[in-house]
Design a protein around this ligand. Structure first.
Ligand SMILES: [Zn+2]
Length: 384
């Protein structure tokens, strides 16, 4: 890094990401990027956004007519998915709610989920992951010294949601992506190709110990097939409706008996420890900076408030130590092994291989198949 430490004058992003650049006023590229995309999404005319929202709700209902469920929702008990559950209820949607138990739930999350299900009278199925396989994969990522230890969980969730949607004939997956609270996220702080199965397979081959027989996986091409052939889509709400984090939390507390968490995505013990300890100590990444910067850019907090929050540890140090012992034990490591891996240098995901060229070819192949199928149906008079 040349030029030493520097922090954006508008948000709290800084030179701990190699991808930051500043303009002559000291404002960073993440701010500019936020503004540019906000103008195309959350800052558009309110009436237009809400018309799109209504249209989306109508489509989901229409596609789900006569079926047991019209959409599917992955519920973690965190702000975004809990609010999605509430909006779905407001709008009269009939979601199949799925909770993913990857072995790292905390009690608070479980309580929140139970309250939501009860209050909103939803059906919920809990997907319990094969813990030995999941542990093996998660540990492989840790041993590989790659930055994104959440890929296994993201794989599990996305793969299972699509699979269940297809099985139940559901066309819409409610998506909790939230522009205003999480748009800013440097690409060197995560692995953005979460569905890269080449990367996952190679990391697991090198560092895993047992075969992944039950773990649900999804590749970029699998998702493409679900979307284009099966017509399953991700339905994103939050960029269409108003979203003020404090107001949303208040509503959740009042209407769903929801208990707030100290950090973002701290509903999982692993995520809390990963973001508040591993990322910070091994990779020198404080993910709160990205989250707080999104909130600054969307006008929900001031820069001074964010700076104050950053002065505190991500979460209480006693709890960090408690989590540390818990994670080491649950992963079956010794303290020495854990510290040795923590001290190893970061390895870029890409160095374990990535899915690229083949992907485009497969997409073209799928397109040709679709056109071919359409022509046959047309010839048989089944498609008008
Ligand atoms: Zn900035």
């Amino acid at each position: 890094m040349s030029g030493g430490y520097k922090q954006c004058t508008r948000c709290v992003m800084d030179t701990t990401t190699a991808l930051i650049v500043f303009d002559e006023k000291g404002v960073c590229n993440f701010c500019h990027d936020y503004d540019k995309h906000a103008a195309e999404s959350v800052l558009r005319d309110r009436a237009i956004r809400y018309a799109e929202f209504d249209q989306l709700i109508s489509e989901i209902k229409l596609q789900g007519k006569g079926k047991e469920y019209d959409c599917i929702l992955g519920l973690s008990g965190g702000v975004d998915s809990s609010y999605l559950a509430l909006i779905a209820h407001d709008q009269g949607l009939r979601p199949l709610v799925v909770h993913f138990d990857n072995g790292w739930d905390n009690e608070l999350a479980v309580k929140n989920i139970q309250n939501i299900i009860q209050k909103l009278n939803y059906d919920m199925s809990t997907y319990v992951v094969d813990w030995n396989e999941f542990k093996d994969l998660q540990l492989a990522y840790f041993k590989a010294s790659v930055i994104d230890l959440e890929v296994p969980t993201d794989q599990l969730i996305v793969a299972t949601l699509y699979k269940l949607a297809k099985e139940h004939g559901i066309k819409s997956i409610l998506n909790g992506n939230n522009f205003r609270t999480e748009y800013i996220l440097p690409r060197d702080w995560i692995y953005s190709k979460k569905l890269d199965l080449v990367n996952l397979t190679n990391i697991h081959k090198k560092f895993g110990k047992i075969p992944l027989k039950n773990f649900p996986k999804i590749g970029i091409n699998d998702r493409y097939r679900y979307q284009k052939v099966d017509g399953i889509r991700m339905a994103t709400f939050f960029d269409k409706i108003d979203f003020n984090l404090n107001e949303v939390k208040e509503r959740l507390i009042k209407e769903l008996n929801w208990t707030p968490y100290p950090g973002k995505h701290y509903e999982s013990i692993f995520t809390r420890f990963y973001q508040g300890y591993i990322l910070l100590k091994k990779f020198n990444v404080d993910k709160r900076k990205a989250h707080l910067s999104s909130l600054i850019c969307s006008g929900q907090i001031t820069r001074a408030e964010a700076l104050n929050e950053l002065k505190l540890p991500p979460y209480p140090t006693e709890l960090q130590m408690e989590d540390r012992n818990y994670v080491i034990k649950k992963w079956g490591l010794t303290e020495v092994e854990f510290d040795r891996i923590m001290a190893e240098k970061k390895v870029p995901h890409e160095s374990y291989g990535e899915e690229k060229g083949a992907n485009l070819m497969n997409r073209l192949r799928e397109e040709v198949k679709l056109i071919y199928r359409y022509q046959i149906l047309k010839r048989l008079g089944l498609f008008k």
